[in-house]
Write a protein that binds this ligand. Sequence first.
Ligand code: FES
Ligand code: FES
Length: 156
Amino acid sequence: MQRTRFRLNGVATEVDADPDRSLLDILRGPLGLTGPHFGCGAGECGACNVILGDRAVASCDMPLWMVADKDVTTVEGLGNAEQPHPLQRAFIAEQALQCGYCVSGILMSAAALLKRNPDPTDSDVREALDRNLCRCGSHNRMVRAVLRAAAEMRAR
Ligand code: FES
Ligand code: FES
């Protein structure tokens, strides 16, 4: 057991756990955040993506020690039912999800992209979402949703 400190969704957080446990395991277990989903468990599907700094990363193959003293954002930190993020509104407006299992990870990849590039092209969005798998095949609507959210955020 070791104490690891980091900022989670803007809040100083500490957890006593084996630092080699995966960040996803810690988020969904002791920290009770079930937004990041377990898909492949091998860094291949993006269902578990969170934002570390300004990059989307797979939390399933990231050990807890790697986020010490860093900023981690999960989908719970993006928005909520009362105050949805523009991406969340746009995904609903474009009906960009079916089962929804992949969506929290996809939202985090998209949010990280918009942090780095507020005016992405269609191909920028496709490249940013390239590592996120969606077995329902909603990719084209998702790209439209990300472009819609980006336009809304620029117009603010
Ligand atoms: S569950 Fe982490 S990338 Fe698939
Ligand atoms: S909406 Fe079902 S896996 Fe993407």
